[in-house]
Design a protein around this ligand. Structure first.
Ligand SMILES: Cc1cc2nc3c(=O)[nH]c(=O)nc-3n(C[C@H](O)[C@H](O)[C@H](O)COP(=O)(O)O)c2cc1C
Length: 376
């Protein structure tokens, strides 16, 4: 890596857009006004747990990497020198406590291979040499004529020594974004072909509107390795774009974003939709806010969960704040396991769950068995 500190130049549009997204997420309310619907799924309390707290094991293995917790820092950032300290803190903590980490979209680095853009990504693998690291590119870039293909995907993997590449699918965000790319026609074929030729697993990732079982079935039948459900109820990327449009006095996109702010499939419901259609790896992001949410996500079929927004401020404050946050999360997860009598995450996948509210109506109308037979 170079020691020089070059400054970003005007014209590095993708890099600067990422920075404005981060500023908005740090300083404005960007979450959905509706919940991920974890509250519709209730564990049955076990008054005679028949296990000691110390016996609880939260380790798991995903994409060939052993994790101490079923947890990753979801894709957030990279591509600008100002965000480097955030990636550094997350990478150090990921390596120290063996959790996963996704980097933010590497598009800027692929479009412009300049050290001031690439270094904030590369630092991740150098500080986390053994952690599960997930790269990131956008579906819209694969859909364009002459857009991204295997070459760019390989570059994104090699930039950070990624174990997995996530392709984010964000039609709702793009359509509300002032300068959005509304090209999604060919992406699935393109990305499936790319996944066939890449030497690491490729997953699809939503960013806040979730996946239905129809899309999960397509992934199941493709060379793709899994899905990050990225459901509704956490950070609203439609909302972030509405706020950006307001800053730019673009009333049309601002109003569109306000109208569709809460568009999508709530994360808990999306997880059930997805799990009803595939046995591939499933990550739950979108409004996971504590270890109890995570326990429900695991019980509903997630292999691991991811958090983005809640980690942003602790990561900015530094390693200790981030570690403290994750320790709290661990204690909450263990408590849920203790009170359901689950020693391992596999036990949690079979813990009794009662389905109520919107989720019950939704699953019934969609013809998805409330007993979730794949859980047994
Ligand atoms: C500041 C910030 C930047 C993000 N950038 C990306 C990105 O570049 N690529 C991506 O796939 N998801 C990105 N996301 C989405 C998250 O990975 C995650 O799917 C989403 O925010 C839902 O999780 P949350 O409710 O815990 O924030 C970003 C999220 C935040 C908060």
């Amino acid at each position: 890596m170079s020691d020089s500190k070059p400054t970003p130049q005007a014209g590095d549009v993708t890099s600067f857009r990422k920075l404005s997204h981060l500023e908005i997420c740090l300083h404005q309310p960007v979450e959905a006004h509706t919940s991920p619907h974890w509250e519709d799924f209730q564990f049955v309390h076990r008054a005679i747990p028949d296990l000691d707290w110390e016996e609880i094991v939260t380790t798991t293995q995903v994409f060939g990497k052993k994790l101490s917790l079923p947890f990753m820092a979801a894709a957030m950032t990279g591509g600008h020198p100002e965000v480097r300290p955030i990636n550094e803190a997350i990478a150090r903590v990921a390596e120290k406590i063996k959790i996963g980490m996704g980097v933010g979209s590497e598009r800027a680095a692929i479009e412009k291979n300049h050290p001031y853009i690439t270094e904030s990504f590369q630092v991740v693998r150098s500080l986390a040499p053994t952690a599960l690291i997930i790269g990131n590119l956008g579906a819209a870039q694969f859909s364009r004529k002459g857009g991204f293909g295997v070459k760019e995907a390989k570059a994104a993997v090699s930039l950070i020594g990624a174990d997995v590449l996530a392709v984010h699918v964000n039609p709702a965000q793009e359509v509300v974004q002032v300068e959005g790319d509304n090209f999604f026609h060919h992406f699935f074929t393109q990305v499936s072909d790319m996944a066939d030729q890449l030497n690491v697993p490729v997953i699809l990732k939503e960013v806040g509107s979730g996946f239905a079982r129809e899309e999960a079935a397509k992934v199941d039948a493709s060379p793709l390795a899994g899905i990050d459900v990225g459901g509704l109820g956490g950070t609203s990327w439609i909302g972030v774009e509405a706020l950006r449009a307001e800053q730019k006095n673009d009333t049309f996109h601002a109003n569109l974003g306000r109208l569709f702010w809460d568009w999508g499939i709530p994360t808990a419901i999306s997880l059930v939709e997805v799990r009803s259609a595939t046995n591939k790896t499933v990550i739950a992001t979108g409004g996971v806010r504590n270890g109890l949410d995570a326990a429900k996500a695991i019980a509903l079929g997630a292999d691991i969960v991811g958090m983005a927004l809640p980690l942003l401020k602790p990561a900015q404050q530094g390693d200790d704040a981030l570690l403290g946050f994750i320790q709290h999360f661990e204690r909450e997860l263990r408590t849920a396991m203790f009170l359901t009598g689950c020693r391992t995450l596999s036990d949690l996948r079979q813990a009794a769950l009662v389905v109520t509210g919107l989720s019950r109506d939704w699953l019934s109308q969609r013809g998805i068995a409330l007993a979730m037979p794949w859980r047994k």
